[in-house]
Design a protein around this ligand. Structure first.
Ligand code: SF4
Length: 370
C-alpha cells in the first residue's frame, strides 16, 4: 500500500482500491489505529484472490535505438546484453510453462506483455505469441515498444492477432527527444513515432500510453511536447505517464521532489488537451513482489527466467529456466523493480498524489492501467 499526501488529505492506495482519508487518520506518515480500522472496514487493503497470471516475454534483447540511460547500454556505449531472439520452440515453451503455472495458481486469465530490447525487431515471435496464447486462454496483451518499427501494416497485423495496448516513449519535444532517442545510426525518431501512432489510432483499436522519462532538462519542456503530440495524436485515446528516468549508465540527474509540481502542472495541461491519465497503483508487482514467480514471470528469449524487467538479459541475475523452473534460493539475484535511484520514489509519490488530486477534480478523465 501507499500513503500519499494530497491537497484534501491523504491518499491511501491499496491493492483493492484508493481512498482519500482526512488528515486526522494519519500521524507521522502512518495510519492511526482509527485509520487502520476505517481502511480495513472499507476493504481497500484487501489482497484480492489472484484471477490472472502475468507473463512478460522478451522477444528480442537487441534494440534499434541507443538511449543513453538504458539498462542495455554501458557508459562507454558498449552492449551489456547479448543480442538474442525468441524462436518458435521458445514460444511453445512459454505456452507450456504458463499453462502449468496458471493451473497451479487457479488463474483464468493471462496478462501478456511483449517486451525487449525492442520487441518489434522480432515481429514474427510477437504475432506467434499473441496467436498461441489467444487461442488457449483469455488473454489481455500489451507491448512496450519504442514505436519506430510500428509501421501501419505491422500495427494492423498485431491488433488483428490480439494486441490491445502499446506503450511508446517520447522523451521531450522534437529536438530533445531526437537528441536522446535516436537510432543506433543517429537518425531522429520523433516524427516517425508520432506518425506511426497516429496512423495506428486511425486504422486499429490499439490503445496507447505515451511515457516520458522525466529529467531536469526535459521537465520545463513538457508543455511543448504535449502541444506537439496533441497536434498529431488522438488525445482521447492516449494516456500520459510521466516517470522519473531510471538511469543505468550515465549518471543522469533524477528530478527531486521540488520538480513534482511542474510534472503535475504538465498532467493538468494534458487533461485540458484531452489526454487520459493513469490512476496510480500501489507498490505491488506481479513479477517480483513474491518470490518463485507465483503471480507472474519474466522470460528471456532463451527461456531464462528473471525476477523483474530490471533484470532482463543479465546472466548474473537469472533465477531459473522455463524447463527447470525457479531456483528455490535465488538470494540477491531476486531483484525487485523500481530502479537504482531511491530519490525517484519521492518524486513519484508527490506526482502520483497530484494525479489523484487531478482525477478527483476532473472526475471521469482517468483510465485504469488495465
Ligand atoms: S528504446 Fe528502450 S530498449 Fe531501446 S535503447 Fe531505448 S530504452 Fe533501451
Amino acid at each position: 500500500m501507499r500513503l500519499l499526501r494530497g491537497r484534501g488529505g491523504w491518499w491511501y492506495v491499496g491493492r483493492a482500491g484508493t481512498a482519500l482519508l482526512p488528515g486526522a487518520l494519519v500521524s507521522g506518515g502512518r495510519l492511526t489505529p482509527e485509520g487502520v480500522r476505517q481502511v480495513a472496514a472499507a476493504g481497500i487493503d484487501r489482497v484480492p484472490a489472484p484471477e490472472h497470471y502475468s507473463l512478460t516475454v522478451v522477444t528480442s534483447t537487441a534494440c534499434n535505438l541507443g538511449c543513453p540511460y538504458c539498462f542495455q547500454n554501458t557508459p562507454d556505449g558498449a552492449r551489456r546484453i547479448t543480442p538474442a531472439k525468441l524462436d518458435a520452440r521458445g514460444v511453445a515453451a512459454c505456452v507450456e510453462f504458463t499453462e502449468t503455472r496458471m493451473a497451479e495458481l487457479g488463474a483464468r486469465r493471462l496478462e501478456l506483455l511483449l517486451f525487449g530490447g525492442e520487441p518489434l525487431l522480432n515481429p514474427a515471435a510477437c504475432v506467434a505469441l499473441l496467436h498461441a496464447f489467444g487461442e488457449r486462454m483469455p488473454t489481455t496483451a500489451s507491448m512496450v515498444s519504442n514505436g519506430v518499427l510500428l509501421t501501419p501494416r505491422r500495427a494492423v497485423e498485431l491488433a488483428g492477432a490480439g494486441l490491445r495496448d502499446v506503450q511508446i516513449t517520447l522523451d521531450g519535444p522534437r529536438p530533445r527527444h531526437d537528441s536522446v532517442r535516436a537510432t543506433r545510426g543517429g537518425r531522429s525518431t520523433f516524427d516517425t513515432i508520432l506518425s506511426n501512432v497516429a496512423i495506428a489510432q486511425r486504422d486499429t483499436a490499439l490503445r496507447f500510453t505515451m511515457r516520458v522519462n522525466v529529467t531536469p532538462e526535459n521537465l520545463p519542456e513538457l508543455p511543448e511536447l504535449l502541444d506537439q503530440a496533441a497536434a498529431v495524436l488522438d488525445p482521447g485515446r492516449t494516456r500520459l505517464a510521466l516517470a522519473p528516468v531510471l538511469d543505468y549508465g550515465r549518471g543522469l540527474a533524477v528530478p527531486g521532489e521540488h520538480a513534482a509540481e511542474r510534472a503535475v502542472d504538465a498532467y493538468a495541461l494534458a487533461v485540458r488537451l484531452g489526454f487520459r491519465l493513469v490512476r496510480p497503483r500501489d507498490t505491488h508487482c506481479d513479477f517480483c513482489s513474491e518470490t518463485a514467480g507465483r503471480l507472474g514471470a519474466v522470460v528471456g528469449p532463451d527461456g531464462t527466467l528473471f525476477s523483474c524487467w530490471d533484470a532482463v538479459g543479465e546472466p548474473d541475475l537469472a533465477v531459473g529456466t522455463l524447463a527447470g523452473g525457479y531456483d528455490p534460493d535465488p538470494g540477491p539475484r531476486w531483484r525487485r523493480c523500481g530502479g537504482p535511484e531511491p530519490s525517484a520514489g519521492a518524486f513519484t509519490d508527490a506526482v502520483d498524489a497530484g494525479v489523484l488530486d487531478l482525477i478527483r477534480a476532473t472526475a471521469g478523465r482517468e483510465v485504469t492501467s488495465r
